[in-house]
Design a protein around this ligand. Sequence first.
Ligand code: SF4
Length: 360
Amino acid sequence: MIMPEECKKAAEFFLQNIDRLITKPTRFMEVCGTHTVSIFRSGIRQLLPEKVDLVSGPGCPVCVTPNDYMDTAIAYAKNSNVIITTFGDMLKVPGTSTSLYEARAEGADVRIVYSPLDALQLAINNPAKKIIFLAVGFETTAPLTAATIQTAQKKQINNFFILSAHKWTYTALDALLSDPTIKVDGFLLPGHVCVITGEAPFSFVSERYAKPAVIAGFEALDILRAVYMLALQVQNGQAKIENAYKRVVRTEGNPIAQNAISSVFSNTSANWRGFGGIENSGMTVNAAYAQYDALHSIPVTKENSRENPACRCGDVLKGNINPTQCPLFKKICTPEHPAGACMVSIEGTCHAWYKYGQGR
Ligand code: SF4
């Protein structure tokens, strides 16, 4: 970790005090895939005392998107009237028997976009085609999808659709904490999700489960500060939600983005890789905008979905194992030839362990 002198001093302060405050083996979970990447890239795992273990959670949207979603997207891609639009990292995510990447090689029209607005423009440019945007992501990306659907309605663009896999992050955390076998002593909460939601949706972490949690930014010092604040809570026997990312996250979040989500989406049960169905965890296009929901407007028949039994992604996403405990890691499963979603996304835990090594 290369940093200016004053940042170095701050880092040393946090590290020394984490070491002082934590007196026994302690596991903290970073919920967010962006945190995972930042932790590995900055070498924080090596810097922390061995008694502090950082484990990754279910905060990589590509990783938690299950095979049945991928199989549906692939089935749509095989419809010659459809153009699938997607962020690039979805291409290599394996479905039950194939991927979008392979479907594209076989002639399906699958295009990479950088925003749902790109997909909307493609719909305007291709009125004879049905353009389906693969809407994968958490609270951070859902507002733009919602705004794009509202724009499509205003402009009366009727060949634009989404296949929604938008999800509420906090619901997976609730599912995780309700499992008594999961041993985590505190959480680094996702800063960019909290920019949208504010602090309230995560209050159950301390109120119902008596676990400390700190909203963290993404620079190395942000993360060290948040771990230090967790360590202070652990030492003092506290369990509260604290915000270490106040320069960006407001207590109430972003009401405009929240309103965009609630205007367009309803909360429904959704499938998460590794977790199965979680009530009210998914964002489904509501009745007022139903015509933009691909599942509502475009019939599709997909293969029977099943997860790859050899892939331990589900256990990785719950922090039950680290990727090196998966027998496929680095042997059969690599970023070039991923056997599971956690190896595909740059925010995936398996990808981070592959790229940066174990970290200590
Ligand atoms: Fe799945 Fe590959 Fe990770 Fe193993 S290494 S859990 S196969 S993604």
